[in-house]
Design a protein around this ligand. Structure first.
Ligand SMILES: [Fe+2]
Length: 161
């Protein structure tokens, strides 16, 4: 079984992942609201809902380890998302840069959960490791979905739309 110090580091990683998902939900909501294409909006909203379910599982995992979510990290996540949303709103609503944020966010989540799942495995927390694998898979799929919109983004940038 993991030592207290190692478990503490796993808790910190879970809190970081939770804050990241809070930020991702804010970003996806903002992108969905400004999405010019209904299919794109649906994809963003669907992934936002999936991400909310992952965040709920992270909260449950923290509770099993005797912790709650970090208020400080949550505040930072919401502030970062708010700033990001604000800067996004300064751009054209259909700006490809806004949608590029989606692709970048997915890869940040993918890396976070790929590492979290391996760490949890090493420490013997099988349920948390499974949560990490599930989340990594979900965000990997979302990254592919985001990449599927690249041609659409190019049309917005230089095409006739
Ligand atoms: Fe994601």
């Amino acid at each position: 079984m993991a030592t207290a110090a190692r478990t503490k580091r796993l808790v910190a990683a879970l809190e970081d992942a939770h804050a990241l998902e809070t930020q991702a939900i804010e970003t996806l909501t903002s992108l969905a609201e400004s999405a010019p294409d209904p299919e794109l909006r649906t994809a963003l909203e669907s992934h936002r809902d999936e991400t909310a379910r992952i965040r709920a599982r992270l909260e449950a995992a923290l509770v099993t380890l005797g912790r709650r979510t970090s208020a400080r990290k949550e505040r930072q996540a919401v502030l970062a998302a708010t700033i990001k949303g604000f800067t996004g709103s300064l751009r054209d609503e259909a700006s490809p840069h806004n949608l590029k944020d989606w692709y970048v966010t997915e890869h940040s989540e993918l890396a976070t959960f790929a590492i979290l799942s391996r760490a949890a495995d090493r420490l013997g927390y099988r349920d948390i490791a499974q949560l990490g694998r599930d989340a990594a898979s979900l965000h990997r799929n979302a990254a592919e979905t985001a990449a599927g919109w690249f041609d659409y983004l190019v049309e917005l940038m230089v095409g006739s739309r």
